[in-house]
Design a protein around this ligand. Structure first.
Ligand code: ADP
Ligand code: MG
Length: 257
């Protein structure tokens, strides 16, 4: 008997199906994410990547299948947790979107400390101290009292990452976090994501940044037409994919770069 016990998956997805009206968007997804794993999700536009991530934090309710986070069922066959429990479980799942979504009327510090004050019950002082530590991590302490409108896109996205981290999530979901950025600002955001990965954060990342996928990804998942057509370590997916569709997609993305 092996004395190696595999860690239980942090995210466990089974037979996930989702339609919008009569349009099947996710056609049965099975996938596990292990603790500290970095999963990079790639695939053509419209293949269901965002819907997949949104099902993983309960923003979308699949019509069948299940999503389990940290051993707790978030959604199960079209039923999701009662709203109060869902909110608690959502705190375990941080999400960063392409379009930052900062609160425009709050300072950077206010954006980060609001959630911990309201949902984790921290005092203002404690929440601000934690927020400052997170700003240090993303390299923006000097912007603590700035308003979001005065920041560059890369700075805004780093604040959005700090805000998500402030809830102390067990897993972070990133949906094309650098796609809205000018090219020269992409690196500073990827750098923060690399740091999180190196600290052992469990991450699911939808991105077209193939260098990031190669360097930081443990597993690359290729989606097309609402299903995972293949998945594997980056070196396999990038150099020797099984599926022609993967090859074509990679050619298209890499020649665009
Ligand atoms: P990707 O992120 O890979 O580009 P999405 O998950 O955003 O793909 O979308 C997959 C498909 O689902 C697309 O055809 C999109 O038009 C459709 N879709 C996504 N969200 C909605 C929605 N809220 N209502 C209707 N159709 C949607
Ligand atoms: Mg998308």
């Amino acid at each position: 008997m092996s004395d190696v016990i595999a860690a239980a998956p942090l995210v466990r997805i089974r037979a996930l199906r989702k339609s919008f009206a009569d349009h099947l968007v996710l056609g049965g997804i099975d996938f596990d994410v292990a603790p500290s794993q970095v999963v990079v999700v790639i695939g053509p536009s419209g293949s269901g990547k965002s819907t997949f991530l949104r099902c993983c934090n309960g923003l979308e309710v699949p019509e069948s299948g299940s999503v389990e986070i940290c051993g707790r069922m978030l959604v199960n066959n079209g039923q999701r947790l009662p709203e109060a429990e869902l909110d608690l479980l959502r705190q375990e799942v941080g999400m960063v979107f392409q379009s930052f979504n900062l609160f425009p009327h709050l300072s950077v510090l206010g954006n980060i400390s609001l959630g911990p004050r309201k949902l984790r019950g921290l005092s203002r002082v404690d929440a601000d101290n934690e927020a400052l530590a997170l700003l240090k991590k993303v390299g923006l302490v000097e912007k603590a009292y700035a308003m979001p409108a005065s920041l560059s896109g890369g700075q805004k996205q780093r604040v959005a990452i700090a805000r998500a981290l402030a809830m102390k999530p067990r897993v972070m979901l990133f949906d094309e976090p650098t796609s809205a950025l000018d090219p020269e600002l992409v690196g500073e955001v990827l750098q923060v994501m690399k740091l999180l990965a190196s600290e052992g954060m469990t991450m699911m990342v939808v991105t077209h940044e193939m260098d990031f996928a190669r360097e930081v990804g443990d597993v690359v998942v290729v989606m097309d037409g609402g299903v995972i057509i293949e998945s594997g370590p980056p070196e396999t997916i990038f150099t020797n994919p099984v599926e022609d569709r993967t090859r074509l997609f990679l050619q298209a993305v890499l020649t665009r770069a």
